[in-house]
Ligand binder design. Sequence first.
Ligand SMILES: Nc1ncnc2c1ncn2[C@@H]1O[C@H](COP(=O)(O)OP(=O)(O)OP(=O)(O)O)[C@@H](O)[C@H]1O
Length: 470
Amino acid sequence: MLGRKSAGAAQVQPTAPVPAQSFRFATPVVQTPGVFILAGWMWRLVRFLLVLPFRFPVAVGTVAVSVALWYFTGWLGLAVAWSIADAVLLVWWRRWPRSFRDRVALRVLAGWRWAWIYQRHWQPVLVVAGLAESYLERQYLPRIRGVTCSAWADRVRVRIVAGTSPADFQKRVTELAHGFGAPSCRVEVRGPRDVVLEFPRYDTLADPIDALPIPEEPDLAALPVGVCEDGEVWTLRLHGTHVLTVGVTGAGKGSVLWSAIRAMSSAITAGIAEVWAIDPKRMELSYGRALFARYADDGESAVALLEAAVAAMQERAERYAGRQRIHTPTTRDPFTVIVLDEVAFLTAYHPDRDIRRRAENAIATLTSQGRSVGFCVLAALQDPRKEVLNLRNLFPDKIALRLDEASQVDMVLGEGARDRGANAHLIDPELPGVGFVKLEGSPVPVRVRAAFVSDADIDHTTATAAGTGE
Ligand SMILES: Nc1ncnc2c1ncn2[C@@H]1O[C@H](COP(=O)(O)OP(=O)(O)OP(=O)(O)O)[C@@H](O)[C@H]1O
């Protein structure tokens, strides 16, 4: 009956078996002869041995020379040669430790970690993490192109499978870090199908950092405020930008503010920079009050301070109009930093609506017009949501200290920052001052720790800059 034309077209899936079908076609199963399997393994072994000298020339060369020495001179010759080589390495290590570290120690370490950590665990970790691809019943894995070690991290260069994207790795940084036993993982895209996975070997920022020395002639576009994960000094640009520091209570926002103020204190003494401080909590900035040209701690006086800053900025802009386009700090026109602790107090939490409106207007004007005439807003905030501070995009530079939620990372550092490894919501509460920043010229967020400025350090800074207070 179904075969009749009047029954209409039957809707069957092309691959589903049809019950009434009299013949079934299936691919025949052919047993591979053992000799082919053996030949395949032999070929892989030969290929491995052929590639080995090119991949590890020093290691293979050392073994080859040792075998040759043993063959031609016996054990004695080999022992003498090794003793001389050891002595040379010892002298190298003692006399030029840095070059020894870069050229010998880190290379040996990289070879060891390539073999023992990455090559050994590569397949299981990537398959379980969902980074292996299947096509026509074959499995394709990203390939390790090389491993290098720096003093604190391993960098694994990977050729990804054609048709996949680096975003697949960026989404699985947590799985990769745990899979290879690293505290974290960051993904850097170098080119088409070319990514680098960076696995720190230990947390370089685990110990607090003491207040950094005060620069005598501070570069206001690169103030030393802490340390980056790779051991470099973390410098913060203030001149020519505005900076927003975001973090939950106790995240260490105060140490960022104080490190920046401390770093520019010589410029304050010289009269070419000044700080106007707003401290609604009266606990953070009040301690170093003598350093500030102006200070406010309640809604009315804070708004008056902000409006005075706007007036000063506009007066300066009027003088510069048509004459100069770049601000150079001088005693007449000092670089002015408006430090605003807990900015949400003025823009969201203050009970007086008029104060909130005036504060928001003043901050918007300063952040949108101030940077070219030498005004900078350095603000701290606990909650980055739009309802609390809808001006956050007017701050070109942002610092994400410990945050409450994963979704807040991209709110602070911009779209994709969390995928690139800026897990600010996972920062250990025991590590105040640790955060993520984007440094100039790189989209990859860098993990940093602000130096801790104690009360004694603030006293010292105040004493150094004495005579410039209110
Ligand atoms: N960089 C740092 N290194 C080590 N410890 C720090 C650092 N910064 C802050 N701390 C410690 O963490 C505590 C909280 O820091 P801080 O008051 O700066 O946090 P906060 O983010 O400003 O919090 P809140 O918003 O509640 O004021 C400090 O008392 C200090 O002991």
